[in-house]
Ligand binder design. Structure first.
Ligand SMILES: [Zn+2]
Length: 397
């Protein structure tokens, strides 16, 4: 049984201990401040007498420290030091998760906690239960108030039939034994937890939600967040991005979302009009004649690839050929022939695309390709028409 110093003093970062047992790279001490992980929070790393502790876990009531290549034996004295910057960030993240989830579930009472991740790279809770941006915004404001109120965070152990648990976030079926460790954030939150927490909400500085995205299974949502300095930096960056986005849209920052909504609707109308005009232009195409075969060609700027592909399929259902393209950030070019015309469209297309640094592939009678630099689409189309004419003329000759 290892004495867990972090439970009584979560701020303990250096300690002396005796080696109880060494199993390969793993070392068991009589006491430790290394947190072995749990509740979604990553285990600590650090050093034992200067040797790196790269992993920590618990088994059979003991905490095991992985110290690769150590030569420790039972009875040796060691000095442990945990990577405090990393651990303090995780502790704040973990406490921030208690506070944030509590505020989220007040804004959205049906909310269920599915999973927690508190790591150096990511802090998030996966939840289920119809969370939306309004609830997130309300919760972040409340969390900010709790931080501003500098609430004490206390821990105590009660028995599992203690009436205080009726008001707590606790899953008793997951707790073995009679003792339940209860963590309270002022009068804002009470939860059962065996993890480590800071002692005052003031230490969190700030809790900022940085993402709300769909998670698996369908219906779950992942709420990503940051605390402390990282939250402040990100808030400042995001605020500047919003100001710049508002400027780009010609809106005042407070009207950013409605201006964006208007712009998106406008874009949808434009796209629908473009599809209609494009479909008409494709239908109205006048073919040229190469060696007795009708050839339809054209570049349709801004048209979606599917409309152009469908038009090519329609054209070659008769004894005809086409070279059709569309231009966006990149350009797409199709070379297609009725299967009765024995032309290797992939070879024709690649002869044309070679000139502009593009590539294509597909079936012998239907090749699709493209390249960067939308300004070279016209040149590629002209080259493809020339290559196709050459091929058809040489077949006839
Ligand atoms: Zn906790």
């Amino acid at each position: 049984m290892t004495v867990r110093l972090y439970l009584a003093d979560p701020y303990c970062r250096e300690f002396d201990a005796a080696v109880v047992e060494a199993r390969g790279d793993w070392v068991v001490l009589d006491r430790t401040a290394f947190y072995p992980g749990g509740g979604g929070q990553d285990p600590d790393v650090g050093t034992l007498s200067g040797m790196p502790v790269v992993e920590v876990k618990q088994a059979d009531g003991s905490v095991l420290h992985k110290v690769p290549g150590h030569r420790l034996a039972a009875g040796d004295r060691v000095r442990g030091e945990i990577d405090w910057a990393r651990r303090y960030d995780l502790m704040k993240g973990h406490t921030g998760e208690h506070l944030l989830f509590s505020c989220l579930s007040r804004a959205c009472p049906e909310l269920q906690l599915v999973k927690i991740a508190i790591t150096p790279c990511k802090k998030s809770v996966i939840v289920n239960g119809g969370l939306d941006w309004d609830a997130v915004s309300q919760a972040v404001r409340q969390a900010g108030e709790a931080i501003g109120s500098e609430l004490e965070i206390t821990e105590r152990t009660v028995s599992r039939d203690d009436p205080c648990l009726a008001e707590a976030r606790v899953k008793l079926e997951r707790i073995h034994g009679d003792a339940v460790r209860v963590v309270e954030i002022g009068d804002v939150d009470r939860a059962a937890c065996a993890g480590i927490h800071v002692r005052n909400t003031r230490e969190l500085g700030m809790v900022l939600v940085t993402g709300l995205t769909s998670a698996r299974p369908v219906g779950d949502l992942e709420v990503e967040f940051e605390v402390g300095d990282r939250a402040r930096r990100m808030a400042s960056d995001l605020s500047l991005s919003s100001l710049r986005a508002a400027e780009a849209l010609g809106a005042s920052p407070k009207d950013l979302l409605s201006a964006l909504g208007n712009r998106l609707r406008e874009e949808e109308r434009t796209a629908a009009a473009l599809r209609r005009y494009g479909a008409k232009a494709l239908t109205d195409l006048v073919p040229s004649n190469i060696g007795g075969i009708r050839l339809y060609s054209g570049i349709f700027e801004g048209m979606d690839k599917k409309t152009v592909t469908d038009a090519a399929t329609r054209i070659i259902s008769e004894r005809a050929a086409c070279v059709l393209g569309t231009v966006g950030e990149r350009f797409m070019l199709i070379v297609a022939c009725n299967p009765g015309i024995k032309v290797d469209c992939v070879a024709v297309l690649n002869r044309a695309l070679d000139k502009v640094g593009g590539r294509g592939g597909g079936k012998a009678n239907f090749a699709t390709g493209g390249g960067p630099g939308s300004e070279r689409a016209e040149e590629a189309m002209v080259a493809a028409i020339a290559a196709l004419s050459d091929t058809i003329m040489s077949m006839n000759g």
